[in-house]
Design a protein around this ligand. Sequence first.
Ligand code: IDP
Length: 143
Amino acid sequence: MATERTLSIIKPDAVAKNVIGEIYSRFEKAGLRIVAARMIHLSQEQAEGFYAEHKERPFFGDLVSFMTSGPVMIQVLEGEDAVIKNRDLMGATNPAQADAGTIRADFAQSIDENAVHGSDSVESAAREVAFFFTEDQLCSRTR
Ligand code: IDP
């Protein structure tokens, strides 16, 4: 097991539903620490840059307009196997296919509005964390 960091975003649908605390509680119960957090309303440029790898996908325009439709809560989670642990807590991309008890099964309504983002690998986590936070903004226990 390795101590990792991963980037998590509580998307506009879940912020609007007022379930930030419930989602944070799941991170904490799973042993993940929040080592940085910021609420922002993403600009079009930020959303397009963050999701650049999906630029050619047919849903890209909808994804960017959804992610800029309201504030998001962005956090860095740290802990043993943080990347996969967070992905397990999130559940499948399509909430209709997400396991019972996962964040997306409980709080998301559709594949477009699916409550949370989480980095899918240690490599993308490093890039995504750096997209929103500088190293000195991370209150890591490992520093
Ligand atoms: P992930 O968020 O589970 O890692 P990705 O495949 O990386 O899933 O897709 C990024 C985001 O793009 C998803 O969370 C979802 O909001 C959106 N998305 C993915 N596939 C579709 C689709 O087929 N239709 C609409 N939106 C999609």
